[in-house]
Write a protein that binds this ligand. Structure first.
Ligand code: GRG
Length: 308
């Protein structure tokens, strides 16, 4: 599905223009990231060039879009949510830079360009990832804090999602599972941590930036968890069905690295069915928003039908 779609309206609802939402939010996020990051010419210029190279390489900006859409569903403002949207994109980009390193996935292409270490060398790529991770917390600390959610809550949220029990745990299990027989339970464990944790954190942060109620936060958590799992099932499907040109990264890597994926364990057709079921569970979680979560709904549908 291309983001050009205008989703048909449900009875009593205006049609939602997803392409316009994504275009305007991507532009706003890029402008904010540009302001938050040290300028390229700041000494040492190499590290700032390397950070900006990967950050502005043309990612889909799905995590910031989820932060902003969740804030909107809870009646919050884009300005209040923006530092958190930028913080999660910095964490996500750091994880990609490190994942591409020769010691990990050893990839030459990402976001349609040469990977960070191919351009700047391994040492600088490690440091650019470290700097983006640290930058995320500096940016998040500039969010304002709300009556229900303090700065402490925001920082804990991001640290937990990206720490050794979530994002890093998923990556460790992924690395250690290469070439080994993996059960669907173990695969789910990896997907929950490697992918779902940061997507779930994104929608939760959006809700927090709108001082959301505990019922809204619970619904967002449920939504984010299921969308996150669906996202990775689709990512696994795309790895075997799309070209490297389309994906902007090397296609077919999972099979080559003998990685456990949904298509390799249950086949393509069942994988598509699982992704649809997970997305339906995500839709169901949005009921409490009584039609105000149209952007989240449209994003979940877009993520299910995406082709890159
Ligand atoms: C190195 C700490 C560390 C973690 C790495 C994110 C990750 C864990 C590995 C990257 C490879 C991978 C398949 C990750 C799962 C999440 C995912 C599908 C990332 C790609 O996200 P997109 O498609 O990428 O949103 P863009 O480039 O569009 O932002």
């Amino acid at each position: 599905m291309s983001a050009n779609a205008t989703l048909p309206a449900k009875p009593g609802q205006k049609p939602f223009n997803l392409s316009q939402f994504l275009e305007t939010r991507t532009q706003a996020v890029n402008t904010a990231l540009d302001r938050f990051l040290p300028a390229e010419k700041n000494k040492p210029a190499t590290i700032h060039k390397a950070m900006r190279y990967s950050l502005f390489a043309g990612g889909k900006r799905m995590r910031p879009a989820l932060v902003l859409a969740a804030a909107q569903a809870c009646g919050g403002s884009e300005a209040d949510a923006m530092p958190l949207a930028c913080a999660v994109e910095c964490i996500h980009t750091y994880s990609l830079v490190h994942d591409d390193l020769p010691a990990m996935d050893n990839d030459d292409y990402r976001r349609g360009k040469l990977t960070n270490h191919k351009v700047f060398g391994e040492g600088i790529a490690v440091l650019a990832g470290d700097a983006l991770l640290t930058q995320a917390f500096e940016i998040a600390a500039q969010a304002k804090g709300w009556s229900r959610y303090s700065h402490r809550d925001l920082i804990l949220e991001i640290a937990k999602a990206s720490g050794s029990l979530q994002l890093i745990a998923g990556q460790v299990a992924d690395l250690e599972g290469e070439g080994k027989k993996t059960s669907t339970a173990q695969l789910k464990y990896i997907h929950e941590r490697k992918t779902s944790a940061l997507l779930c954190c994104s929608v939760r942060l959006g809700g927090m930036s709108a001082n959301c109620s505990s019922a809204q936060l619970k619904a967002l958590t449920d939504f984010g968890y299921h969308v996150g799992l669906a996202f990775q099932v689709i990512d696994d499907i795309l790895d075997v069905t799309q070209t490297s040109e389309k994906l902007g990264k090397t296609a077919g890597k999972d099979t080559k690295a003998q990685k456990a994926t949904y298509p390799s364990i249950v086949g393509l057709e069942k994988s598509r069915k699982i992704a649809t079921e997970l997305t339906n569970k995500a839709f169901a979680a949005l009921k409490v928003f009584k039609g105000k979560a149209v952007a989240l709904e449209a994003l979940a549908e877009f993520l299910l039908k995406r082709d890159r």
